[in-house]
Write a protein that binds this ligand. Structure first.
Ligand SMILES: [Zn+2]
Length: 378
């Protein structure tokens, strides 16, 4: 359950007496409803709309992680965005729901950037997905389940950081002063000429990046790099903690680069975001904005006798990837077809996921003698 959500406005009576723990959790979960609160509940898996999560209601497999708050604008529900994901009848149902005052106020505050401090205001911009900005906000509020935090709340544990195994895992050590974090900040600092920053607090480092941009320009690559560094440190720290994987500065640097590349491939980056930083390698994405339109005739060719032909395709629109495919026999008759959302991804990954999903479906149906066609040019 998301710890940031407010819970149980419709908690029905449920007897906990004499129930084994597993039964209690399953039983209790089915009786819990989430209210929207500040909108930071999972769009697909939390029961914020009724008795059934949207993912179960619509029988959607592996939907991308999205927050309810991502479907708000400062004027209320964003019905256009909702329609991209769910049927119209549900959109109507959702739009008729009265917003919780707290959620409406919170979202209006975020959209109008009326945060309580300049730093908080700068976290919300047009480049980063809302969940990443929200994560940065949690960092600033010190709302992460780090070892030191958990111990302060009474959890008994022995803490060792994952970056050098020498110190306790604290916010400053993980994100700022530990060896991994230090090397990452130095790497990107050199790239942008932000040198000799005294890292005595996260806020001071953040502000040194924000101060290097023209006043008032929130939507700039320099205002998002610090957030991406923190996001990548946290993701890889979690991989190391829960999956026993390595945790190195190089991995974090690669993850930040991949994230920016995905923003570029999704055509989210423009020249304004690189004002004054035209020589930065990432600015090359700006030149790729214009897409060459080319008309050509495409026709479907029959496979050889006793073969099936598998066609897949994928696309990325406003950062969201989706794909589909179909299998036909040598007479052109359809065997099956599918469509699937892949969440935030670049085009090449979306094409690969689409092909993989199609092959899995073929495997389930024991379809053999396949001829595969994709249209990716990369
Ligand atoms: Zn360490």
């Amino acid at each position: 359950m998301p710890s940031t959500s407010r819970v149980c406005i419709h908690l029905k009576l449920w007897s906990l007496d004499h129930q084994p723990p597993g039964v209690v959790s399953v039983g209790a979960e089915s009786h819990i409803r989430w209210c929207s609160g500040k909108g930071f509940v999972d769009f697909w898996y939390d029961r914020w709309l009724g008795d059934t999560p949207l993912a179960a209601m619509l029988e959607v497999d592996n939907p991308p992680h999205m927050l309810v708050a991502e479907f708000f604008s400062n004027t209320g529900w964003n019905s256009g965005k909702l329609k991209q994901w769910i049927p119209d009848y549900l959109v109507v149902q959702i739009c008729q729901r009265q917003l919780f005052p707290e959620l409406a106020n919170e979202m209006e505050g975020l959209r109008q950037r009326k945060g309580s401090s300049m730093l908080f205001r700068l976290l919300w911009n047009d480049i980063l997905p809302l969940k990443v900005s929200f994560f940065a906000w949690r960092v600033l509020c010190n709302w992460l389940p780090l070892d030191v935090m958990l111990r302060n709340k009474g959890v008994v544990l022995v803490s060792r950081c994952l970056c050098c195994h020498q110190e306790e895992e604290s916010l400053n050590h993980l994100f700022l002063k530990g060896p991994v974090a230090s090397r990452v900040w130095e790497h990107f600092g050199r790239r942008f000429g932000i040198l000799d920053v005294v890292r005595y607090s996260l806020a001071s480092v953040w502000m040194s990046w924000f101060d290097s941009v023209s006043p008032g320009q929130v939507d700039h690559i320099r205002t998002v790099v610090p957030t991406l560094i923190l996001w990548s440190l946290w993701k890889l720290r979690n991989h190391a903690r829960f999956e026993n994987l390595a945790f190195s500065a190089q991995q974090v640097i690669v993850m930040v680069n991949v994230f920016v590349d995905q923003l570029g491939a999704a055509r989210i980056l423009n020249a304004t975001h690189f004002r004054g930083d035209g020589n930065n390698p990432w600015a090359a994405w700006v030149g790729r904005q214009a897409r060459r339109v080319e008309c050509r005739t495409v026709s479907w060719q029959r496979p050889s006798p006793h073969y099936y032909k598998l066609n897949t395709d994928a696309s990325v629109y406003q950062g969201r990837a989706s794909g589909g495919g179909l299998l036909r026999n040598m007479d052109g008759n359809l065997v099956f077809a599918f469509y699937k959302e892949f969440g935030e991804s670049d085009v090449l990954m979306a094409e690969s996921l689409s092909l993989m999903h199609d092959l899995l479906l073929c495997s389930e149906r024991q379809a053999q003698n396949l001829l595969v066609e994709v249209d990716s040019e990369q």
